[in-house]
Design a protein around this ligand. Structure first.
Ligand code: DGJ
Length: 725
């Protein structure tokens, strides 16, 4: 049973295929966490050790060992004598902090809960999903919190969320609310996070957890290039395929905070949710607030299983709609080919070449609308520049269609340039604090999506474009962080950032509802909003503005810990690379970009004959392998930070075909041989290397590896398809 309640012992148990999660109601009606680990039938109450400790507050003098200062908790709240980091901090009308929440009742029901206005993992038929709702209550404030657990047993996923209700006739201010907390009574752990910067996102980083707090967060109004809302806690000695690991992934695209702390008694708390900076949510009488979801998963066998669980969940239970299971088009994007210098003639010429190469879609990137010849102007005024395009957008799209290509269009709907009619007409629609000089980033300001009128404006112009032109794809860009938060339309500024994200989701939902077959690719200066929240609306995201194959190896290595290839957009570009000047072989660029949603970012008119032939071959190879890449299991076979090559594998879901990719990082004199060891093959079987027909025993391959040729130059690459015999 995925969720059970032992009435006598007051214990809740949540079971997935390979994990068990358990907590209980104590004598004071607090929820105490017991266990999240390997699947087990037991009652794990033995982890609760009650011992009287100095400086620890108790509810009952007779029961001195029972203090929330150190007992593991399920939903820690500030003001209960737990001095660790809480999930919830509230203040009453007088500003008094604190509120103890105690158990009132619970419901277990079939199906997975959904959240109003927010993305959340959903169930498919056959998932046997269940929901547990528990009502906690504080009498003084007349405040109740419904905490929500979703169980997707086959996927080994447990989700958490909550809804806060103000039942009273007074205002209550929520100063902090987070979604999930895992308390560990003992253990030595490492924290794994994915840090970075623009054009160098999601770099794997691992550190030992010491006393105090490790905080992984975004304060940028977006999930950010700097820290991804995926954090893994692991046994200190965990590897790709051994050791226990726990992951939390936030299904939200705004600011977040994950905190992992080790306390005075060497206990660990792992929590995740909304950032509490710039957050002070006034909850009016009779109102409620919905808390974004955190997806959790446990693996008893290393990071690889964590990744497989998260990939499956994102692929089938986060991504939605027409494109979820469909082969995505191979695109040619105009950005690195022409930047702002696009024109109708160039695009048509590009389309002709692209058709010959086997490309499915031409994406018209930035620069297609009036006055948009650089970064300084025109965001917000979405009128096509007919002079530049040589005709109206509708006709241009028709002409490209006539060549045999679909058309995609770049938009950055959340932004406004100071030099725009929109800003001149509605200066109050941008996040600008009155009497402060607005901070510009990429010369632009952020529109206030918490304002209904702004949302309507955005939807109206997008509907107009989509109604008049045969656009099949939108690249939804977002190119600055939010520094000032001020909404002219809001009563309370402390919830504006949260309502901005709700506004963004509402817009995306309405576009998806009206045009269900439109493919929206998320983008934020590359991968600045590469999160499960966006993936609910945009089933693929531009992984990074860095198209260099070698930097991409590291970016995609980190990305792969949480996110499947199907959501990861990657393109081949020219050399020397525009971001770092590196020169890499075209086959290597192809192998690296064939990691999900594939495409090109170059002017095909400038390709040599050999390059054209190579690209034609790449596209047809990609199309023949696309299913294994986007639907298969993904294995990281090397650590590019410590090894001299980067190797990864995709294996089909029936494990009958696998693709082995290797890129050599540095070539040296007289090098030792390279071996790469695939994983996840069917034991006791034989696989044929399709390249040369050679047959290999699966167990020997998984034991001693596969010998690679001796590289002759830096960045050489190899790709092998194996099929079961
Ligand atoms: C940032 C994106 O990541 C790029 O791919 C490109 O679309 C530019 N914006 C256009 O301004």
């Amino acid at each position: 049973m995925p969720i059970t309640y032992d009435k006598k012992k007051k214990i809740f148990t949540l079971n997935t295929k390979n994990s068990t999660y358990q907590f209980m109601i104590d004598d004071y009606k607090n929820l105490l966490h017991l266990y999240y680990g390997r699947k087990s039938n037991g009652i794990m109450k033995n982890f609760l050790i009650e011992r009287a400790r100095s400086f620890s507050g108790v509810f009952d003098d007779e029961h001195e060992g029972h203090s929330l200062d150190y007992l593991p908790q399920e939903f820690p709240v500030q003001g209960t004598g737990d001095f660790r980091s809480p999930l919830l901090i509230v203040r009453d009308e007088n500003g008094t902090f604190g509120c103890n929440l105690t158990y009132i009742n619970h419901t277990i029901r079939d199906g997975k809960y959904r959240l109003n206005g927010l993305p959340a993992a959903y169930e498919n038929s056959g998932d046997d999903a269940k929901t547990l709702e528990i009502i906690l209550y504080n009498n003084r404030l007349d405040l109740s919190v419904k905490i929500l657990y979703g169980v997707l047993p086959e996927l080994d996923i447990i989700t958490r969320s909550a809804i806060i209700f103000n039942n009273s006739s007074r205002k209550i201010t929520i100063e902090k609310i987070q979604s999930a907390c895992l308390d560990f009574t003992h253990g030595k752990f490492d924290v794994i996070n994915f840090q970075g910067r623009h054009a160098m996102e999601r770099q794997f980083e691992r550190r030992e957890l010491l006393h105090g707090s490790t905080v992984i967060e975004s304060r940028r109004g977006m999930s950010s290039h700097q820290n991804n809302p995926l954090v893994i806690l692991s046994d200190h000695d965990a590897t790709e395929n051994s050791g226990r690991c726990w992951a939390m992934m936030f299904v939200y695209s705004g600011e977040f905070k994950a905190e992992i702390s080790r306390d005075q008694y060497d206990q660990t708390r792992f929590q995740m949710g909304l950032s509490d900076e710039k957050f002070s949510y006034v909850l009016d009488p009779d109102k409620k607030m919905t808390v974004p979801e955190v997806i959790m998963t446990f693996s008893a066998s290393g990071f690889e299983k964590i990744s497989h669980n998260l990939h499956d969940c994102i692929r089938k239970n986060i991504c939605r709609g027409f494109w979820r299971d469909r082969a995505r088009p191979v695109v040619l994007n105009s950005w690195e080919a022409f930047y702002f210098g696009i024109s109708g003639a160039k695009l048509l010429d590009m389309a002709k070449h692209a058709k010959n190469l086997g490309v499915d879609m031409l994406v018209i990137d930035d620069g297609w609308f009036l006055n948009r010849n650089d970064e300084l102007h025109a965001l917000g005024d979405w009128t096509p520049d007919e002079n530049k395009l040589g005709m109206n957008l509708e006709t241009l799209v028709k002409e490209i269609n006539a060549i045999g290509l679909d058309v995609g269009l770049w938009l950055e709907p959340e932004m406004v340039s100071e030099d725009s009619n929109l800003y001149r007409e509605h200066p109050d629609w941008a996040f600008v604090i009155p009497n402060e000089v607005p901070l510009k980033s990429r010369h632009q300001l952020v529109l206030d999506l918490s304002n209904r009128k702004v949302r309507k404006y955005i939807l109206d112009f997008i509907f107009e474009i989509l109604d008049s032109s045969n656009i099949k794809y939108l690249k939804w860009d977002y190119n600055r962080s939010i520094s000032e938060v001020y909404s002219h339309a809001a009563k309370n500024q402390g919830k504006v950032l949260y309502e901005y994200i709700l506004g963004l989701y509402e817009i995306l939902d309405k576009i998806n509802a009206k045009y269900p077959e439109i493919l929206i690719e998320g983008c934020s200066g590359g991968g600045g909003r590469f999160d499960a929240g966006m993936m609910y609306y945009t089933p693929q995201i531009w992984c990074s503005d860095n198209t260099d194959a070698i930097d991409r190896l590291y970016i995609q290595h980190g990305t792969s810990f949480g996110y499947p290839a199907s959501v990861t957009a990657a393109h081949v570009s020219v050399c020397p690379n525009h971001q770092n000047g590196r020169i890499t072989p075209l086959p290597t660029r192809g192998i690296v970009a064939m990691t999900g949603a594939f495409g090109y970012e170059l002017d095909p008119a400038k390709l040599s004959n050999d390059e054209q032939l190579e690209i034609q071959a790449q596209i047809s190879r990609y199309k023949s392998l696309r299913k294994i890449i986007t639907d298969g299991f993904y294995y990281r076979l090397s650590n590019p930070f410590s090894e001299n090559f980067c190797a990864w594998e995709y294996i089909s879901r029936d494990r009958r075909k696998f693709l082995l990719n290797v890129v050599i990082l540095r070539c040296h004199g007289n090098m030792p041989e390279f071996y790469v060891t695939p994983r996840g093959l069917k034991p006791g079987k034989f696989y044929r290397n399709v390249n040369d027909g050679e047959i290999y025993a699966s167990d020997a391959l998984m034991d001693s590896g596969f010998a690679l040729p001796m590289p002759k130059r830096d960045f050489e690459s190899y790709t092998y398809l194996f099929e079961i015999v």
